[in-house]
Write a protein that binds this ligand. Structure first.
Ligand code: AMP
Ligand code: ZN
Length: 460
């Protein structure tokens, strides 16, 4: 029996014990990025938080017993516009953006397909792309039309919201509020202002696919249908956990629920809905117009991925985060202190219970990190930190990568150190000074040790 995990469920607005539908196969889905541009630091939050949940579930239920699907939205207005601007296909654009995204998140200590999947076994991590699931979208849309939950109008297929009596159960918004919001998008072909698009005609030059529901003209999917199709394909009609940022509760997740439940005639789509809080920057909402829009790539130029991960995990996932340089500096100090303790030891076999326990309480990362602070045994600390995706390297590997990151030419440094030693032995002070200046210019700090040896590190 796995120890009891409790999660706050947006669907019930309560923290409750997590009971998997099938404990031998726990299934979770998270809404992933729309790959039209570089990911920003806010996008990194769900990636890190739900990676932690994936790690915890693997720890509790066993690595072969958890499947995590995190989708990629690779068709939407912004993608289409950006690809048209550049004169490339959306696939070319999204392949490039997705590869860059992978490069960025790998630095954050996030488990990737190649880290967890085992050849010949059911995949443990999948990253489905919307445009690879058009057939599944057709099946759902046709099913919704056949069962009277969707209708065709002017080349669109629309979900008929009033056909679902408990529409709105996830976001719990009053109907009039939802209607007021939906009115922004009034369209003459909608029966109710709340009805939303499952499929729409493609404008000339836009990517298009054969349409469902007997529509002759080619078209393209709405956003919400993508996640119903991908979660069904990879996790089933009903699964355990569906996650995403808090901004997605309405309309995206509400509409996913409507589509999946009405198509498959189920009571729930996912049993537990988790939503991460938003990230703001130095006390302000992050936006392009305020000029405080930070890409993940920019942050990772200045800070190691582990520091970014720790800075993110210091705040409980449901709380808003204020992203500050100070928070990063504090995280960097903590990471340095821990590496000082763990050095090059291997992780202990057992993850300490004192670190697991707070995580069982709706991922209380702040308390888990406080527990890590109390650990002074290197192997135990390393095992505990490993569950949080931290301290994955050795102190030596860290030093080596600092050297590589600083672009230091190791052979040149060692030659200059040798020149300095020889000059000092010959009491040739001008030559010794030149060697010292050359080392400073290469960005390294030299230390003459008591035992007569000289060591060097990359200057901070
Ligand atoms: P998008 O690429 O905009 O669809 O967003 C991908 C994921 O990042 C979604 O789960 C969003 O909820 C999440 N997200 C976007 N902006 C932020 C933010 N500022 N803070 C936290 N999560 C965010
Ligand atoms: Zn989604």
């Amino acid at each position: 029996m796995a120890p009891m995990l409790r999660l706050y469920n947006t669907l019930t607005r309560e923290k409750a014990p997590f009971v998997p539908i099938d404990p031998t196969h726990v299934r979770m889905y998270a809404c992933g990025p729309t790959v039209y541009d570089a990911a920003h630091i806010g996008n990194a939050r769900p990636i890190i938080v739900f990676d932690l949940l994936f790690r915890l579930l693997r720890h509790l239920y066993g690595e072969a017993h958890v499947t995590y699907a995190r989708n990629v939205t690779d068709v939407d207005d912004k993608i289409n516009a950006r690809a048209a601007e550049r004169g490339i296909t959306i696939r070319e654009l999204t392949d490039g953006t997705l590869a860059a995204f992978h490069g960025d998140i790998r630095d954050l200590g996030v488990l990737m397909a190649e880290d967890v999947n085992v050849a010949g076994e059911r995949p443990r991590f999948v990253e489905p792309r919307a445009t690879d699931h058009i057939a599944e979208m057709h099946t759902i849309i046709d099913g919704l039309v056949a069962s009277g939950h969707a209708y065709v109008a002017e080349g669109h297929v629309l979900f008929d919201v009033p056909s679902m009596p408990d529409y709105g159960a996830l976001s719990k918004r009053p109907l009039d509020e939802m209607e007021a919001g939906a009115r922004v998008e009034v369209a003459p072909y909608k029966r109710s202002p709340l009805d939303f698009v499952l499929w729409k005609p493609s404008k000339p030059g836009e990517p298009s696919w054969p349409s469902p529901a007997g529509i002759a003209a080619p078209g393209r999917p709405g956003w919400h249908i993508e996640c119903s199709a991908m979660s069904w394909k990879h996790l089933g009609k009903t699964f355990d956990i569906h996650a995403g940022g808090i901004d997605l509760i309405f309309p995206h997740h509400e509409n996913e629920v409507a589509q999946s439940r009405c198509c498959f005639a189920t009571d729930v789509m996912a049993h537990v809905w988790l939503h991460n809080g938003f990230l703001q920057v130095e006390g302000q909402k992050m936006s392009k117009s305020l000029g405080n829009f930070i890409t993940l790539r920019e942050v990772l130029k200045d800070w190691p991925g582990e520091v970014v991960r720790l800075a993110m995990l210091k705040t409980h996932y449901r709380q808003p985060i204020d992203w500050t340089v100070r928070g990063l500096e504090e995280a960097a100090k903590m990471i340095d202190r821990w590496y000082g303790i763990v050095g090059d030891v291997a992780a202990g076999a057992e993850v300490p219970a004192s670190v697991v326990e707070p995580l069982l309480d709706d991922l209380n990362t702040a308390a888990a990190l406080a527990e890590l602070h109390r650990l002074d045994d290197p192997a135990t600390l390393k095992a505990g930190a490993g569950l949080l995706g931290l301290l994955g390297r050795t102190q030596s590997a860290r030093a080596d990568s600092a050297i590589a990151a600083a672009g230091v030419d190791v052979a040149a440094v060692e030659a200059a150190i040798e020149a300095r030693r020889a000059a000092r032995a010959a009491k040739d002070w001008p030559a010794s000074d030149r060697a010292r200046d050359a080392l400073a210019a290469m960005g390294v700090t030299v230390k003459d040790n008591k035992d007569g040896t000289t060591t060097w590190t990359v200057s901070p």
